[in-house]
Write a protein that binds this ligand. Structure first.
Ligand SMILES: [Zn+2]
Length: 490
């Protein structure tokens, strides 16, 4: 595997030597806030942000023969409601010429997003207004774009929001918790080629920092290993101000865990630690896990508007470069614990590569298990949870659903237009309900044991597939009739 990757990257760098490309280096310096600013989103929601990050993009244009170049923002959160003008402060553009290290350059910056009927702006539309155009001459060898940057996470700051003086107004969290594109905004051109990325932190331990695809070189310097950069997934980093968090660590023979809870939380930390240990022990047995698991779980306000209970609550797990998982969990879900994201730690997504229903295993089964484990000893409660969720699904307008079956789901997403549509309702509401229906017809405890057998099989074979699922269920007493009823309308 490793060899083929090396060969590919060698081939790529060979071909790029003969074409016009613009090698780009990005350095991100994390420091104290340079200013605070109250900004207002398109929906009229105020957010107080500070800008603790200085980004410098250096783009080598020496091989480019053009009068002007337009760099566009890419990799922003899909749910951003703030314009680039609100998230980029002190933006300056300089050039390096043959003779001088810094020379002024003519440029224009357009930071105003387009909006569509006041709706949440999706990236294609948003991209349209956020660009820097620079005007070149033959002496210019390098473009330097520098700015202070703040998170574009849509944080309503309802429960845990403080400013630097600890007043309850600002954004507490300095992360970018949008799935797929976190703190990744930067200016790109089709010809730019990221060659180096580094994060420099203050050396006083004032921040808690994690990143994907990057490695700690010395204490406060992280550098991306470019063989591993998957730019289309963004380069995600997470930044928390340490003084705003309470840290609780725990471990046993196979788990090292840490909770990062915003100060001012009302969680019973002994209870959550105890329950987490118990839950993890159950999962370890269920998945036949032998690996050491390491995670950091951050409590946050992750409610978006218009969910089933007045807010759509989400969570996320990301594997960081040091092998530890970084779990974001809404604080209302962290007590006892947010089961879904923790279960993700035990199941490797890659095992369903090429399967006919990848999201069945990647998400729906995990959601089913999360509800099952969260209500392990209360069958009536399980029933009511699954039924309530199915009722929400049934209330969704058909035209806002972008899939009708788990077999049709290609991308897992939630429409942020208030409709609850997209494909998430199939993935998280309907399919887990169908699994529960099957479990009931087989007998729930019986079904749980069959699933345990299935996941042990997955562990042995290092593969999870829908056909295997069928086979193992049937080998363990699920009838053809029960199976057919399950897959019909799945
Ligand atoms: Zn999930």
């Amino acid at each position: 595997m490793k060899h083929s990757i090396l060969i590919i990257s060698f081939a790529l760098s060979l071909s790029s030597a003969f074409s016009q490309t613009m090698p780009m280096q990005i350095s991100v310096e994390i420091g104290n806030a340079v200013n605070s600013k109250r900004i207002r989103g398109e929906c009229g929601l105020a957010q107080v942000n500070n800008f603790p990050i200085v980004v410098m993009q250096k783009i080598d244009v020496s091989a480019i023969n053009k009068d002007s170049l337009t760099f566009r923002l890419k990799y922003q959160s899909f749910g951003s409601i703030f314009g680039a003008k609100d998230l980029f402060q002190n933006l300056t553009v300089w050039a390096k010429s043959q003779a001088q290290d810094t020379v002024p350059i003519n440029y224009s910056f357009s930071g105003i997003p387009e909006t569509v009927d006041g709706q949440i702006i999706f990236s294609e539309t948003f991209l349209a207004g956020t660009a820097i155009t620079v005007f070149l001459d033959e002496n210019i060898k390098q473009i330097m774009i520098r700015y202070n940057y703040t998170s574009d996470y849509f944080n309503r700051c309802r429960r845990f929001c403080f400013d630097d003086e600890r007043y309850r107004i600002g954004a507490l969290l300095y992360f970018q918790p949008q799935i797929y594109a976190w703190h990744s905004w930067h200016f790109t051109h089709p010809l730019t080629e990221l060659t180096h990325l580094q994060f420099l932190l203050p050396d006083d331990d004032s921040y808690i920092f994690f990143a994907t695809q990057t490695e700690r070189i010395i204490d406060n310097l992280y550098v991306t290993d470019l063989d591993r950069v998957e730019i289309e997934h963004g380069i995600n980093f997470f930044l928390l101000k340490r003084e705003l968090y309470e840290e609780i660590s725990f471990y046993n023979e196979y788990v090292t865990g840490r909770f990062l809870l915003p100060k001012g939380h009302t969680i019973d930390t002994e209870k959550i630690t105890r329950e987490t240990k118990y839950f993890l022990a159950q999962l370890n047995d269920f998945f036949d896990n032998e690996n050491h698991i390491s995670f950091h779980k951050v409590g946050a306000d992750l409610r978006l508007a218009d969910g089933p209970d007045g807010a759509f609550i989400w969570g996320n797990v990301t594997f960081t470069a040091d092998g530890a998982a970084w779990i974001l969990s809404d604080l209302s879900e962290i007590n006892p614990i947010h089961h879904h994201e923790v279960i993700h730690l035990f199941f490797d997504d890659d095992l369903v590569e090429g399967d006919i229903a990848p999201f069945f295993f990647r998400e729906s089964m995990i959601e089913y298990l999360a509800i099952f484990f969260a209500n392990r000893h209360d069958a009536a409660r399980r029933d009511s949870v699954f039924n309530a969720r199915f009722a929400i699904y049934q209330g969704i307008e058909r035209e806002s659903l972008d899939a009708t079956s788990i077999f049709d789901v290609e991308h897992n997403f939630y429409r942020m237009d208030g409709s609850l549509g997209g494909t998430s309702a199939i993935v998280y509401l309907r399919t887990p309900f169908k699994v529960h229906q099957l479990a009931k017809s087989v007998g729930e405890e019986n079904f749980f044991n069959i699933l345990r057998t299935f996941y042990h099989h997955v562990k042995r074979e290092q593969r999870a597939g829908f056909a295997d699922f069928e086979k193992i269920l049937k080998q363990n007493g699920v009838t053809d009739e029960q199976w057919l009823e399950f897959v019909e309308n799945l």
